[in-house]
Design a protein around this ligand. Structure first.
Ligand SMILES: [Zn+2]
Length: 166
């Protein structure tokens, strides 16, 4: 299989190009100097992924969530835990029976549901709603990506054409 654009047979799998052109960088720099008021020290760090231009073009697909904010699964989880915490808050610690003041009941019906509710709410607000359709699309794209080749001469991304009927 040659490049459909320039006919070159010099190609690599896109995933290989991406791996080769991507480096995880981690660097630290430190320094100490003497200023007017005494020694001054500083440490700076940088961490990140560096991707070359050609690797950027060959990058794999990303899983994107297109579901709506109001159908986010974590919205229901948030509601569920908050309702338990509200009910727990109403019953636990009230009344004269000593069991209602148990620290275990407080933890299980107030503290934990409240913490989980807050946790789910953060997830609800800050993570995309990934639907089954999104996952299917991602799987398809990833399958295509694994077969994608990149021409080393002109940079064209292409896949082997499967002739119909053969
Ligand atoms: Zn080419």
């Amino acid at each position: 299989m040659n490049c459909p654009d320039c006919g070159s047979d010099q190609w690599k799998m896109a995933s290989v190009v991406y791996d080769e052109g991507t480096t995880n960088t981690s660097s630290m720099a430190g320094g100490v100097g003497v200023g007017g008021d005494g020694p001054i020290g500083g440490v700076g760090g940088a961490k990140g992924t560096h991707t070359t231009g050609i690797a950027e073009k060959a990058k794999p697909p990303e899983l994107k969530g297109t579901g709506s904010f109001l159908s986010h699964p974590l919205m229901f989880a948030t509601g569920f835990f908050i309702v338990i915490a509200v009910i727990g808050n109403y019953f636990v610690g009230s009344g004269s029976e000593s069991f209602s003041h148990s620290p275990f009941l407080t933890i299980f019906f107030k503290v934990i549901p409240f913490a989980l509710g807050v946790f789910c709410m953060l997830g609800w607000f800050f993570t995309p709603n990934i639907t089954e359709a999104d996952q299917e699309r991602y799987k398809t794209e990833l399958g295509k990506y694994k077969k994608t080749k990149m021409c080393m001469r002109c940079g064209k991304l292409f896949r082997d054409q499967v002739a119909a009927g053969h």
